[in-house]
Ligand binder design. Structure first.
Ligand code: NAP
Ligand code: MN
Length: 263
């Protein structure tokens, strides 16, 4: 089995990687360096943010395993103290593969050019300046509303516990193939009105955000860029999924409890 690692940039994380490499030295596992080496498994060592970086570097081909060197995350199963157990399971067990849906995004420019992007957590749309974002929201071609406010988030199920949760979006189990549209500080008064609730859209439904501002900020997981002259952004559940190799049972709801209620 070919394994690649993606690390958070700190000394402790690098120590954990070295310890893991030492433990796997006498096994058939081979460590490789980058996407061109086509690893079977990518080990993310760090936090949930490190895992996001790993999936954008390696894509949907390999399966992912997370070791957390900070607090227990949503994408990481193993603590550094459990490396021996992990190494043992890696050699003996066939992992359960769980697949998490992604957000598929099509960004259409005013000149007609189209950019395809995707996110494991979410797409975030904000105005590039502090003034109001103005966006017409369409669902499956039907107008829903004109949104005015700070921004909009289109999250995946596994991203629903991240930024989406901070704006009171619902937590969606990753076995549900859906995307969620959530508002960031919408203006609701006598003149302007939005739905003011998060919307959960099933597979094959499409949310289209027609952009009125000349310059916007688009966030895709960790990446964020200022875009000029965007006409619209369309999001739907992606066809492909990100695969996680689960060598131990850790349910999504127990992660929710560990992260938000009791660690
Ligand atoms: P970060 O500032 O370290 O991320 C913020 C927090 O979100 C960290 O505690 C991170 O965990 C956690 N996180 C990431 N993905 C998660 C998930 N799927 N479920 C629950 N928690 C999750 O930045 P980052 O590490 O580069 O992560 C990028 C993500 O930060 C974005 O995708 C966005 O969801 C989130 N974010 C949240 C807010 C907010 O809540 N107001 C604002 C901006 C961005 P780790 O510490 O383990 O990395
Ligand atoms: Mn982080």
């Amino acid at each position: 089995m070919k394994i690649a690692t993606v690390l958070r940039n700190d000394d402790y994380t690098r120590e954990v990687e070295q310890a893991l490499k030492d433990k796997l030295a006498s096994t058939p596992c081979e460590f490789v360096e980058g996407p061109d080496d086509h690893p079977d498994m990518v080990l993310s060592i760090g936090g949930d943010g490190t895992l996001l970086e790993a999936v954008h570097q390696y894509g949907v081909e390999p399966s992912y395993v997370g070791v957390h060197t900070g607090h227990l995350g949503f994408y990481a199963d193993w603590r550094p103290e459990e490396l021996d157990e992990f190494v043992q399971r890696l050699q003996q067990d066939r992992p359960a593969i769980v697949e998490y849906p992604i957000v598929d995004c099509r960004i259409t420019m005013r000149d007609g050019a189209v950019h395809r992007k995707w996110a494991l957590n979410e797409l975030v749309l904000r105005n590039a300046s502090l003034s109001t974002l103005v966006t017409c929201v369409y669902i499956n071609g039907d107008e829903l509303e004109t949104f005015r406010g700070d921004g909009l988030i289109v999250s995946s199920p596994s991203g629903s516990t991240a930024y989406n949760k901070a704006v009171d979006g619902a937590i969606v189990h990753p076995s549900i193939e859906a995307i969620q549209l959530s508002e960031i500080a919408s203006i609701n008064n006598q003149a302007y009105r939005t739905i003011n609730s998060s919307l959960v859209l099933p597979k094959h439904h499409e949310v289209e955000l027609i952009v009125m501002n000349p310059e916007i900020m688009i966030g895709l997981d960790r990446e964020q860029d200022i875009w000029r002259d965007v006409r619209s952004i369309s999001c739907r559940v992606g066809q492909e999924k990100v695969k996680f190799a689960r060598y131990k049972r850790l349910t999504f709801w127990s992660r929710v409890r560990n992260s938000f209620i009791k660690g």
